[in-house]
Structures are given as structure tokens and as C-alpha cells.
Design a protein around this ligand. Structure first.
Ligand code: SF4
Ligand code: ZN
Length: 306
């Protein structure tokens, strides 16, 4: 093989490299790529004090590559912690075709890893599926409803399975996009939503993001190396326009200036730690923890039913 095309791995110095990390200059073989990804997740978990050795961790699993990467890496990390447990929590929004396929993938992955899986549905929790909500006259895009309701569903599921932590598959790109979106909308970055180690809101299970420093390109490559089943169906409601714009912008910047996403994410961390954490109250309608008044879920479900 032409050595300029496949230089040797800069870490183990023996195998051919298959992955180039422009921001660090590393060229890695598959094995070193996976090992360094897992090491980074471990460092992130420690730095933000995300998990303790005896936690029961609910892992939000959608069936997409990020959540399968999260589940697989946590399964590996957790093998060193005999008193900890994982349980996959999956949300069925009720999106025909799309979510059915993803839940099937999630189920097979959980079975392979021997991880218990629990599914909670929008219909049971909120009385309506996402397909029903989407078919109504509504002011907001489908994703605005879906995002808020799914966040609540995951919180409820984590509590129902008796978890101490709720881990979600947000990667570095998601984090950097969130920073950009907040800036573009003129919002402050809310610490309880952004901080990877989770501040937790009221009685909800503390939410952590172990993949927050792993670029999406790397979760994709990890998924490829592990041979994860991929979704073939796209969500019919996909298209949160502004997040797509932020994604494109960040991808362009990252290409020209490797490391941009990490800098944007770190800026977000600084801004979030300065933001005030609002005192949590309880929603007068559903009793869930909220930053004040009627919670967003009740607002949206109420509005969806008009
Ligand atoms: Fe929900 Fe939007 Fe994602 Fe579809 S694309 S699953 S509607 S958030
Ligand atoms: Zn190597």
C-alpha cells in the first residue's frame, strides 16, 4: 500500500491508519481510534463527575448512531465498575415508520449487550402520538413539540426505572450547535440544560452527556467500525431549519479551522457557568419541576389540543 495514503498509526506505530483527526494531527488505526474515543469519554465522565461507581444509569437510546455509541461505550466503561448498572430508556414518540425501525435497532443492540430496555410512549404520557400532534394546526414546528415532550418522557422514564443518572448521547457537534443557536436567538445559555455534568432540575434524575467532547464525525466512524445497524428511514418531520444552518456553518468552520467546534463548546461552558440557575418550582398543572409557572410541556400539550 502507498505509505502516503495509509501512514502508520501515530499511536501504536504498527497498524495502518484508517482515521485522521485534523484537530490533533493524529492518524489512527481502528483499534487506537476506538481506544482513544473510550478514553476521552472516561476523562469527560471524571472531569465533570458525571457518574459514581454504584450508579444505576438510565441511557437514553433512540436507535441512532450517537445513542448506540453511548450505550456501547458506557457498557465498556461500566464493566470496570461491578456495582453499577445500565438500563436503556427509549422514547416512542409515535412516528410511524421512523421510530418503529429505530426501536427495533435499539432492541437488538440492547439484547446483544445484555442491557435491560424500557420503552415509554408519548401516547401513554401525553395522550397523543407525535403523528397526531403533527397533523393538527399548530404554531410551532413539529420538532419543538417533540424535543420538549421527549425530554420530559426521558425524565419520567429515568425516574420510573429508579435511575441515579440519565445519560444522553449529545455529541460535541450538538453542544456547539446549541451554543450557536442560543447566540442567534439572543438567549442566554442555561446552565442546567447545557452543563455536561448536569445540574438537574428539582427532583429530576441528574442528566449527563458523556459524549459531549466527541465530534459527530467520530461517533459516525465508531458506529461504522462497530458495524451498528443504521436507520434507513428519516423522520418525516425533520428540518429544524436553524439548527441545520448552525450545523452547516460549524462544519465549514471546522473544515477550515480544525478545533472550532471545541472552542465554541468551551465558550458555551464558560457562558453557562456564569448564567444563573433559576430556582425550580413545581408546575401547578402537572406537578413537574419547572423554572416557574406552568411548565412547557403543559403549555404545548394544552396548545396542541386546542
Ligand atoms: Fe422529533 Fe423532529 Fe427529531 Fe423527528 S426530527 S424525531 S420530530 S425532534
Ligand atoms: Zn494504532
Amino acid at each position: 500500500m502507498n505509505p502516503s495514503l495509509a501512514p502508520v498509526c501515530t499511536r501504536c506505530k504498527s497498524a495502518d491508519s484508517v482515521y485522521h483527526r485534523p484537530y490533533s494531527g493524529e492518524r489512527l488505526c481502528g483499534r487506537c481510534f476506538s481506544e482513544t474515543l473510550v478514553e476521552r469519554v472516561k476523562r469527560t465522565i471524571n472531569r465533570f463527575n458525571m457518574l459514581e461507581h454504584d450508579n444505576r444509569v438510565a441511557v437514553g437510546v433512540s436507535g441512532g448512531k450517537d445513542s448506540l455509541t453511548l450505550l456501547t461505550v458506557l457498557h465498556e466503561v461500566e464493566a470496570e465498575w461491578p456495582n453499577s448498572e445500565l438500563v436503556a430508556v427509549c422514547v416512542d414518540e409515535g412516528i410511524r415508520g421512523y421510530r418503529d425501525e429505530a426501536l427495533g435497532i435499539a432492541e437488538r443492540s440492547c439484547r446483544e449487550l445484555g442491557v435491560e430496555m424500557r420503552v415509554v410512549g408519548f401516547r401513554d404520557l401525553f395522550g397523543e402520538t407525535m403523528d397526531e400532534i403533527a397533523s393538527r394546526d399548530r404554531e410551532l414546528g413539529a420538532c419543538s413539540y417533540c424535543g420538549v415532550l421527549r425530554r420530559r418522557a426521558l425524565n419520567e422514564a429515568a425516574r420510573a426505572v429508579g435511575a441515579d443518572r440519565l445519560a444522553t448521547g449529545h455529541n460535541l457537534d450538538d453542544m456547539a450547535q446549541t451554543v450557536m443557536l442560543n447566540l442567534l436567538r439572543g438567549d442566554t445559555i442555561r446552565a442546567e440544560g447545557f452543563e455536561p455534568g448536569g445540574r438537574g432540575l428539582g427532583s429530576y434524575v441528574k442528566r449527563v452527556k458523556p459524549l459531549c467532547e466527541v465530534p459527530e464525525r467520530e461517533t459516525t466512524f465508531y458506529a461504522y467500525l462497530r458495524g451498528f445497524e443504521l436507520q434507513s428511514v428519516r423522520c418525516p418531520y425533520a428540518g429544524e431549519a436553524m439548527r441545520g444552518d448552525a450545523r452547516r456553518f460549524l462544519n465549514q468552520m471546522e473544515y477550515r479551522r480544525p478545533g472550532t467546534k471545541f472552542i465554541v463548546y468551551q465558550t458555551g461552558l464558560k457562558l453557562a457557568s456564569k448564567g444563573e440557575v433559576e430556582v425550580a418550582g413545581l408546575c401547578p398543572l402537572c406537578g413537574s419541576p419547572t423554572s416557574g409557572g406552568v411548565c412547557r410541556v403543559c403549555e404545548l400539550v394544552g396548545r396542541a389540543k386546542i
